[in-house]
Each structure stands twice: as structure tokens, then as C-alpha cells.
Design a protein around this ligand. Structure first.
Ligand SMILES: N[C@@H](CCC(=O)N[C@@H](CS)C(=O)NCC(=O)O)C(=O)O
Length: 221
């Protein structure tokens, strides 16, 4: 990446912010990575002054503040000048690219996080069964990605793009939070391909290195 552009990413290790860290690593962008304890609204309350939502990730680039992981991944890829990472409006799969990039968080990660809250983090509050119902719902919602990957290596345009980063993170999260049983063999193979990329490994290592340096625990152990 040319010049001394270094946007700031506030995130927690292994959270949805990994979509942004991963996109930055694929695109060769240096990030000013600020690893926060999870959840920042309780463990780092002054974060609310810059992000009243209290959520991570948040990207700060000059006057721009972004709080959606998939939008941040797309933004970094476009700004980095690595055009292959995004699908351009004049390419055949542009509509699918936008759709899968949004589908990843809005439709797939959404039930994952409700499961995580009710069946893991707040297990003692009596809503564990509701959490497991959301897990099953997550499983059903994988159908669109399964069908899309039936005869394709990547989701769009016959190459690795930000849509793969966004959906890939949801599959990676599934493995980490006990939802691996919902990934069929094709999804397992696809996830393997993604997590073996140098950009993914670099993102994992970068988040870990900065977290270790600052003594910050991961979002999910
Ligand atoms: N749609 C947003 C969701 C952001 C979000 O809810 N992040 C979670 C962590 S993965 C969070 O910050 N939860 C803690 C809280 O809301 O206090 C995105 O994709 O970035």
C-alpha cells in the first residue's frame, strides 16, 4: 500500500472484526490495530465516547467511522487498490457479490450470536433452549451458500473476494462456538481453503500478537 495511510481498527481478538483484519492482510494494508477487552461497553467504557453503540469492530479513517464488519472489509479492499478483492459493477457477479457480502452478517452471523448469548454467555438465564433453536435456524440458513458452492470454488467471479471473507468468517465462527455439526463436507472443504490462505493466517497472528502485547483476552476463548 502506497504512502503512510494507516486506518485505525478497534476490535477484539477473534470477533467479527476479523473480517476487517483479514481484508487488510489480504490487501497489504497496515492497520493501527487497537485490541479491546470484550465486551468493551463494560470492560472499556470510555470506548462509548467514540462509538456510542459499544460494538466492535469500528474503523476510523480520517473523519470516517464505520461499525459494520462486512462494510469495513469492502471499504479497505476498495481503498487499498487491490481490485481483484471486490467484484466491480460491470462484472457479471456484482449483484451476487453484494448479496453474499451482506448475507454473511445479516442472515448468517445474526442467529449465531443469539445462540452464543443464550446458550453460552447467559446460559444461566433460562433461555438455553431458545439459543439452541437459533443454532438450528443458523444451520438451515446455510442452504444458500451450500447451493452457491455446489459447482464453484469461491462465491463470486471465480476468484477469492471480500464475499468469501465475510461468509468465511461466519463458518470459522461456527467451528469455534460449537456449531461445526451444521457445516456439510463442501462447507468444511471451502472453509479449509479459506483458512489456509496466507492472508487469514496473517490476520489471526496479527490480532493475537497485538492482544498478547497489550494483555487483552480474546472475545471467545
Ligand atoms: N453488524 C455488526 C455487528 C457488530 C456487533 O454486534 N459486534 C459484537 C461482537 S462480534 C459486539 O460488539 N457485541 C458487544 C456489545 O454489543 O456490547 C458487524 O457486522 O460488525
Amino acid at each position: 500500500m502506497a504512502g503512510n495511510w494507516m486506518p485505525t481498527l478497534y476490535t477484539c481478538q477473534g470477533s467479527r472484526g476479523l473480517r476487517a483484519t483479514w481484508a487488510a492482510c489480504e490487501a497489504g494494508i497496515d492497520l493501527d490495530l487497537q485490541m479491546l477487552p470484550f465486551p468493551p461497553r463494560f470492560r472499556k467504557p470510555d470506548y462509548l465516547e467514540i462509538n456510542p453503540l459499544g460494538t466492535i469492530p469500528m474503523l476510523v479513517d480520517g473523519d470516517n467511522r464505520m461499525t459494520e464488519s462486512c462494510a469495513i472489509a469492502h471499504y479497505l479492499a476498495v481503498k487499498s487498490g487491490v481490485p481483484e478483492l471486490v467484484v466491480q459493477p460491470d462484472e457479471q457477479d456484482y449483484a451476487e457479490y453484494l448479496d453474499f457480502t451482506h448475507h454473511a452478517d445479516a442472515t448468517i452471523t445474526f442467529p449465531q450470536t443469539v445462540y452464543l448469548r443464550f446458550a453460552k454467555f447467559e446460559k444461566d438465564k433460562g433461555l438455553e433452549e431458545a439459543g439452541h433453536a437459533y443454532a438450528r435456524w443458523f444451520g438451515k440458513r446455510l442452504i444458500k451458500v451450500e447451493e452457491r458452492l455446489d459447482e464453484r470454488e469461491f462465491l463470486c467471479a471465480d476468484r477469492f473476494t471480500v464475499a468469501d471473507i465475510c461468509v468465511g468468517y461466519a463458518l470459522y465462527l461456527a467451528n469455534r462456538i460449537g456449531l461445526a455439526e451444521y457445516l456439510n463436507p463442501r462447507l468444511v472443504e471451502y472453509l479449509d481453503l479459506l483458512t489456509n490462505r496466507a492472508g487469514f493466517t496473517a490476520a489471526i497472528e496479527l490480532e493475537k500478537a497485538v492482544s498478547d502485547e497489550t494483555g487483552t483476552k480474546p472475545a471467545i476463548d
